[in-house]
Design a protein around this ligand. Structure first.
Ligand SMILES: [Zn+2]
Length: 126
């Protein structure tokens, strides 16, 4: 199930950003996933709890922004939305097209709580 490796990749990215920000915790993570990226969201939701357990993302809110697939038809030169790579142009039924959106797989943003914003520590050692 490649959604598991995707989830673990997201954990790695979040962990790196977390270390760099010297954050206290991650409140939420926003993923941008295109409908043509080849990711089953149901599978991603299914593996997510196991992937984030014991990591910086445990307890973080997971926000997923789906991006619809869009293509430019090379035959009639009109844009259209598509659910699958092999969908034909709805205007001319042409199959030659250029995918212009929908293959995104990004960690769009992370919301941190920084150490200073958390409950004040009795002494600063750093
Ligand atoms: Zn067309």
């Amino acid at each position: 199930m490649h959604e598991m490796s995707i989830a673990l990749g997201v954990v790695n990215i979040a962990d790196k950003a977390f270390q760099e920000a010297k954050a206290q915790r991650i409140d939420s993570i926003t993923l941008e996933i295109g409908q043509l990226a080849g990711i089953q969201l149901e599978s991603l939701y299914f593996v997510w709890p196991a992937a984030v357990e014991g990591t910086v993302l445990q307890g973080a809110e997971r926000i997923i922004e789906e991006r619809e697939g869009r293509a430019l038809c090379l035959e009639c030169e009109r844009e259209f939305t598509l659910q699958h790579h092999f969908d034909a142009c709805p205007h001319c039924n042409g199959y030659f097209k250029k995918i212009i959106a929908g293959k995104e797989l990004n960690v769009k943003s992370l919301a941190f709580t920084l150490a200073e914003e958390a409950a004040p520590a009795p002494s600063k050692t750093r």
